[in-house]
Design a protein around this ligand. Structure first.
Ligand SMILES: N[C@@H](CCC(=O)N[C@@H](CS)C(=O)NCC(=O)O)C(=O)O
Length: 230
């Protein structure tokens, strides 16, 4: 049994994608990041970075944060969606694209979204810098997917689960750059029954909250060292 500390953002969806693919039992603890749930002491005890998702493996007494680490933990534990260490190259294909997503696509698209939609002033340099870098990363994916079904090869893997929730939001950044391979991949993953179930979890009533207020935006977007030390 797993306990998933979750809010329906791209990083949250990554974990429900895995749990639903495997049909694993889990309960959800909503972490309403607009209401400040990420600062609750019981959440910080397992997620000191005050970011969700975090996972508790109740059967084995393990807890961890960071969506990529969670995917890797689950994949290794269940022997699914990643090759074992004995198949070194196949495993490396998954790991490199998982880390590429965690260090590149996710952070860059996150900043592009921030500068385009939430920054109090429209700063053209910031918008262009992060939009261009996100589009570049999506083009890397499009090229990679030209001659293979999934990022790591023929098999759906945790690298795809990490990249999908971000890549499916990429259209606004790709206005005049058609990416047919990426689009084919997004459509194929979106149509998987487990993906439909995973996203349905995030549509539940617990997650229906109004647009963030100005005070909530400040709490989310003006964090610094003092936020951690208070
Ligand atoms: N690298 C982290 C990023 C997690 C992250 O940024 N979570 C955001 C929502 S997508 C969050 O919890 N934000 C709360 C806050 O900014 O205070 C991961 O992949 O788990």
């Amino acid at each position: 049994m797993y306990r998933l500390h979750y809010w329906p953002t791209p990083n949250g969806h990554k974990v429900t994608l895995f749990l639903e693919e495997m049909g694993l039992p889990y309960e959800i603890v909503p972490v309403n990041i607009r209401a400040g749930d990420q600062f609750r002491p019981e959440f910080l005890a397992i997620a000191p970075n005050n970011r969700m998702p975090a996972l508790e493996d109740l059967a084995d007494g393990v807890h961890l944060f960071e969506s990529g680490a969670i995917l890797l933990y689950l994949a290794d534990k269940h022997g699914a969606f990643i090759a074992p260490a004995s198949q070194a190259q196949k495993r490396a294909e998954v790991l490199q694209w998982l880390f590429w997503q965690m260090a590149g696509l996710g952070p860059m698209m996150g900043q592009a979204n921030h500068f385009r939609n939430y920054a109090p002033e429209k700063i053209p340099y910031g918008i262009e810098r992060y939009s261009n870098e996100s589009a570049r990363l999506l083009a890397v994916m499009d090229k990679r997917l030209a001659d293979r079904e999934f990022l790591a090869g023929a098999d759906y893997s945790i690298a795809d689960m990490a990249a999908f929730p971000w890549a499916k939001l990429g259209a606004p950044l790709l206005a005049d750059t058609p990416m047919p391979n990426l689009q084919r991949w997004v459509t194929a993953i979106a149509e998987r029954p487990a993906t439909v179930r995973a996203y349905a979890v995030g549509d539940g009533p617990a997650f229906k909250v109004p647009e963030p207020t100005e005070a909530q935006k400040q709490m989310l977007f003006q964090q610094g060292a003092a936020t951690v030390r208070r």
